[in-house]
Design a protein around this ligand. Structure first.
Ligand SMILES: [Zn+2]
Length: 261
């Protein structure tokens, strides 16, 4: 940890040179706000629990936690918690901030150390640093271990997210079963370029595509990867899948998930 050279007097403001935001003067450290940040990421579902707590002077703030869908990595989840915590900190009177995170790489990025393999996280770190302009000084510390209360809140947030995901998955299979019933009524005809459904829409399974409005308007331009991952196939695509022997709702919905954007 680096400290700015000693300040000229006990009451004089600490002048921190530009680009040295992480440097905090020893005189102001006692009054600095503390922002504790924690996150857990469940690897398969990419659901994260994130949490933070802001302490301003001697006032320990409440633990806050949220569920986050489509968390990419642990670093991006910690950054999400940090972003939320900075919003709280920006409303607090403190002008010096100490940020505690557990991930060492996240802290390295926030300190401005280059990490060529973490380009996406690096640009996120730059945006976070830019959002700290109102503070006189900011210091980042790594290897923070959350206390029981913060760890529990983050764990609860993750559980809520996992539970909701399981419900969505169940709902998805129910909807898929309805599409499957309607697919059995679809009339498929071979054409020189592939298949035509109900005499109107060209439809293909590899790659998965259909010209009908259900598929094109609802999904083809879905901008967010997470939302695309939720899409279901239309009845024409399902009719074609049935011809190829794919009839399990979960398999059909998995095919649609992996369809190109
Ligand atoms: Zn269709």
């Amino acid at each position: 940890m680096k400290y700015f050279p000693s300040s000229p007097g006990p009451d004089a403001p600490t002048m921190i040179p530009p680009g040295q935001e992480e440097v905090l003067s020893p005189s102001s450290e006692g009054d600095a706000s503390r922002l504790e940040v924690a996150a857990i990421l469940e690897g398969r579902t990419r659901i994260a629990g994130i949490g933070w707590r802001l302490t301003t002077g001697s006032v320990v703030g409440p633990v806050r936690a949220q569920t986050r869908r489509y968390g990419r990595t642990l670093i991006s989840s910690e950054f999400a918690a940090l972003r939320a915590g900075i919003r709280d900190a920006a409303r607090s009177p403190g002008r010096d901030l100490v940020v505690l995170l557990s991930d060492r790489r996240a802290v390295a990025l926030l300190r401005g150390e280059p990490r060529p393999l973490l380009r996406r996280a690096q640009s996120e770190a730059l945006r976070l640093r830019a959002s700290l302009g109102r503070f006189r000084s900011v210091r980042f510390e790594s290897e923070f271990v959350p206390d029981a209360e913060l760890a529990h809140a983050v764990g609860e947030a993750l559980d809520v997210g996992l539970h909701a995901a399981a419900e969505r998955e169940e709902h998805r299979v129910l909807v898929m079963e309805r599409i499957l019933a309607r697919a059995r009524e679809v009339h498929l005809e071979p054409s020189p370029e592939g298949w035509v459904a109900n005499g109107r829409y060209r439809v293909s399974l590899h790659p998965m595509h259909c010209e009908c409005p259900a598929w094109t308007t609802r999904w083809s331009r879905a901008p967010i990867a997470g939302r695309r991952a939720q899409r279901l196939p239309c009845k024409h695509i399902v009719a074609l899948a049935l011809r190829e022997g794919v009839s399990v709702p979960a398999d059909l919905s998995e095919l649609a998930r992996r369809a190109p954007p």
